[in-house]
Design a protein around this ligand. Structure first.
Ligand code: PHE
Ligand code: ZN
Length: 877
């Protein structure tokens, strides 16, 4: 352990910056071993800070070497400045001055992938959240916004493409024959939105005509062997640009918009002004190499980063506690966009299923934090599902409370009022409230209170008056640092069904409708529905109108009714999940006791009806057929018995497969698509239903099914079908699984993104020697510890292998801990993310829990990065 542990910073300590930087002029002299960065910062004291003689303190990184510093061209002697840890401190300054700094960095040795680094043959940057300080000394905080001019000097033969934010304004040569390119970005921005790229890149060009008839040049850059895989992203970009004009009235502002794909990237993508940088796994797509899921992800991320141009860049965050201001809002925007491009219900089911699995788990664990955290040790640890996905749910609830029209008035006011500013979540809510007249004062608690609220519903029906009552109680469990909670303003969308499944109109507060948004604001509240003639079945929390855990004692009969008849597609899915969860819970308990598993599954009846109803959306049927995942069942369980959950899922799946074998075979055949691959909602839907039907059919052990699987693997004209066949083979212990895995690698070894899928699937296998397999993968020529995608594939895949990761002797946990320790210094962000599975130790069955905890303690004894220290120490607290 270190002598002094890193300390937390607090939202309540926020102060405006003592200095401002009006203009930032940067020069990068790029070279193979050292890069020299010269900055000229046009600075002045911030009037809003008040009169002060405070010293100028600039942020830097330990690896940044200062060559020289000058004030108004007067070279400062060593006694006029000092470097303390990673800060540059200048004691005496004028009220207004130009600070010149010359620094030296070594991008090729930058393994953290923050700041300026090398990815394959190119230079690229990543500055959010605090990466800019690893390039040069600066006021690296989002409320310091500056106009950037960037000069790049490099050898044109090696780096013919040299990019930065804004417009290219000049190009020339140095005396030594190097090329000089100057970029200017007229929009003031914080340093986290700065970007630079230099390399030998291929480009795809296109144009977009805005609603006001401006012509925007669009460019996507990749290494030359990938340029044939950017057409889909380009089309997605144009759809996003149009959608933001139509839906939010937001037009693009610069004359050029560029995207670059890089192979080594810690996250998905980054919204740098005018120059988005993408993890190549989130940008490249081709039918042969890319699955349907990835097509949809590419579209969503292209849209997300583009939408940040307004929600994030034009209006940015005052401080990093406000991260959800841009991320929650932008996720909401990209979710709505994808829903508009495809199916609204399917998209909602996918998003909610992810939220309930992963965000709910985070909210129930040691890293639980409010959407607007009150403190952090390392901001990189707060790019979380809570800030992103729960943050998006908050914006969605505002949309529900205001209605579409007033929400749009609110977003218009927000963008107008705060254009060019760095603002807070409170400012966002204030704009929504001011434009709509809807009181959001209690609602705002969603930003400051962590934990997932539990809403418990009971009901009663009075025959004589036709009155139906819902009594709702809310309770939010304690989370670290927040022992007690206040009641939230929760919008609960409710409809009523007759016992025959018809939609019922009922009155609430004198308003008759088939669908009501109830405002649950107190700890306990009653809602009265009148005008009924018989006892209804309630459809609660339609479209998942709030991110809560709903408790209502539905009978299996009620759930089957909702599954077959609810007009709310989301709740049909939800009913099927609840039915499956109820049955799986029984089976899990049998497995824990060591009993033989047995159940008369009600799902058979429900599934049979779905499989023979040709009028249904095949995508919805596929979603309903997918049993609750191992991860979701783990989130619900306390304590978690991983092997029992796995056994229960397998048992139920086999029972359904055997009971409905002929239906699955028929559906498999009916939904085969003949003809060319298309990533349309319709085709994706058919493929998803076909492939899940195959997975059930194969589960029966039927020879014919097993042969069909091999045929599909061998003859598929697209990656979705080929990889589905392979995954099913691997997870059903198909006799040819090993052979197919080997053939797949053989076929795709020259496509790194496909190889990553192979690595993940290989690592996730359920087998006796799973640990040996994954250790073998780390030695495989396709593996590379420097590449986050590969690390995530192998270790993420391994986390899914119950027999490997949760091995009874704890060796799976030990293995993961070893990898975390190895990556701790090299790439702290990735190391910290790898800790997530270990943070669940308290909920694990006792024998496993102690083993997992011991590994966290072993990690804590190391000399840790801030990133890993924060997660591990909070997990053990
Ligand atoms: N701001 C990026 C996004 O969500 C995510 C990101 C954060 C990327 C930090 C890199 C580093 O769009
Ligand atoms: Zn984002």
């Amino acid at each position: 352990m270190k002598e002094s542990q890193p300390s937390a910073i607090y939202l309540k300590d926020y102060k405006v910056p003592p200095f401002l930087i009006d203009k930032t002029e940067l020069t990068f002299d790029l070279d193979e071993t050292t890069t020299i960065v010269t900055s000229r910062l046009h600075m002045r004291r911030n009037p809003a800070f008040g009169k002060s003689t405070a010293p100028l303190i600039l942020d830097g990184g330990e690896e940044v070497k200062l060559i020289g510093v000058a004030m108004d061209d007067y070279e400062l002697p060593p006694e006029e400045y000092r470097i303390s840890e990673d800060k540059l401190i200048i004691t005496a300054t004028a009220d207004e001055f130009v600070l010149t700094c010359e620094t030296l960095i070594e991008p090729q040795n930058n393994t953290r992938l923050e700041g300026l680094y090398r990815s394959s043959s190119m230079f690229c940057t990543q500055c959010e959240a605090e990466g800019f300080r690893h390039i040069t000394y600066y006021l690296d905080r989002p409320d310091v916004m500056s106009v950037f001019t960037t000069t790049i000097i490099a050898d044109e033969a090696r780096y013919p493409v040299m990019l930065s934010n804004g417009n290219e304004v000049e190009r020339g040569k140095t005396d030594e024959g190097k090329t000089v390119v100057v970029w200017h970005d007229p929009f003031p921005k914080p340093a986290y939105l700065f970007a630079l790229v230099a390399g030998n890149l291929a480009v795809k060009n296109d144009v977009f005509i805005t609603q006001s008839q401006r012509e925007i040049k669009l460019q996507i850059f990749t290494e030359s062997h990938n340029i044939d895989k950017v057409d889909y992203a380009m089309e997605a970009l144009k759809r996003s640009m149009r959608w933001d004009e139509v839906t939010y009235g937001r037009e693009y502002d610069l004359d050029i918009f560029m995207i670059v794909a890089v192979d080594d990237f810690n996250m998905g993508a980054m919204e740098n002004k005018g120059l988005n940088i993408f993890n190549s796994s989130c940008l490249l797509a081709s039918p042969e190499t890319t699955t349907d899921d990835t097509y949809l992800r590419v579209e969503a991320i292209v849209a997300h980063e583009y939408f940040h141009n307004w929600s994030g860049n034009r209006v940015t965050c005052r401080d990093w506690f406000q991260l959800s201001l841009k991320e929650g809002f932008t996720v909401f925007r990209d979710q709505t966009f994808s829903a508009d491009m495809h199916s609204e219900t399917v998209k909602r089911v996918e998003d909610v299923s992810f939220l309930k699995t992963a965000q709910f788990a985070e909210d129930a664990g040691p890293m639980a934090h409010p959407v607007r955290p009150a403190s952090f040790i390392e901001i990189s640890n707060f790019y979380t599902l809570t800030v992103y996905e729960k943050g998006a749910e908050i914006v969605r609830m505002i949309h529900t409370l205001l209605g579409a029209e007033k929400f749009r008035a609110g977003s218009d006011l927000y963008f107008d009022r705060h254009d060019g500013q760095a603002v807070t979540c409170d400012d966002f809510v204030a704009a929504m409230q001011d434009a709509s007249g809807v009181d959001l004062s209690q609602f705002k608690r969603w930003y400051s209170q962590a934990g997932t609220p539990v809403v418990t519903v009971t009901d009663s029906y009075e025959e004589s008056t036709g009155t139906y009552r819902l009594i709702m109680k809310q309770h939010t469990p304690a989370t670290p640092g927040q022992p007690t909670k206040l009641p939230l303003h929760i919008p609960v969308r409710v409809g009523l069904l007759s016992q025959q499944g018809g939609a019922l109109s009922a009155q609430v507060n004198g308003v008759a409708a088939e669908d009501h948004v109830l405002h649950l604001k107190a700890n306990e509240q009653e809602f009265v529905f009148t005008g009924l003639t018989s006892r209804p079945v309630p459809s609660l929390l339609r479209s998942f109108s709030a991110p809560v855990k709903l408790r209502y004692e539905y009978s299996a009969k009620d759930l089957l009714l909702l599954l077959s008849a609810d007009s709310d597609g989301f709740n049909r899915w939800s009913a099927s999940q609840q039915l499956a969860v109820n049955e799986l819970t029984l089976l899990i308990n049998q497995a824990i006791k060591g009993d033989e598993l047995s159940i008369e599954s009600q799902l058979i009846q429900g599934f049979k009806a779905l499989l023979s109803d040709a009028a249904l959306d095949p995508a919805m049927v596929a979603l309903i057929l997918a049993l609750p995942s191992q991860a979701y069942l783990s989130e619900l369980a306390d304590p978690i018995y991983p092997a029992a959950i796995k056994q229960a899922r397998q048992y139920l799946k086999a029972q359904l497969a055997n009971a409905l074998s002929a239906d699955f075979e028929r559906v498999y055949r009916e939904h085969k698509i003949h003809g060319e691959y298309q990533a349309t909602a319709e085709d994706i839907a058919h493929r998803s239903l076909k492939n899940i039907a195959l997975s059930y059919w194969v589960e029966t052990g039927d020879e014919l099914a097993q042969q069909e699987l091999v045929t599909q693997f061998q003859t598929a004209n697209n990656m979705t079908d080929q990889f589905s066949a392979l995954s099913i083979a691997v997870h059903s212990q198909h006799p040819k699984a090993a052979e197919l895995l080997a053939a797949f690698y053989e076929q795709w070894q020259s496509e790194p993104l496909v190889v990553n899928k192979w690595l993940m699937l290989s690592a996730s296998q359920e087998q006796e020697n799973a640990l040996a397999t994954v250790k073998g993968l780390l030695e495989h020529p396709a593996f590379d510890l420097k590449n986050p995608n590969k690390v995530r594939s192998v270790l993420g895949g391994f986390g899914q292998s119950v027999s490997g990761f949760h091995k009874a002797d704890g060796s799976g946990y030990q293995f993961l801990a070893d990898q975390i320790i190895l990556l701790n210094k090299r790439n702290p962000q990735i190391a910290s993310r790898l800790c997530t599975p270990l943070t669940r130790w308290k909920k694990l069955q006792p024998e496993l829990s102690v083993k997992m905890k011991a590994e966290l303690e072993r990690i804590l004894a190391e000399n840790l990065s801030k990133d890993v220290y924060e997660v591990v120490s909070k997990s053990l607290a």
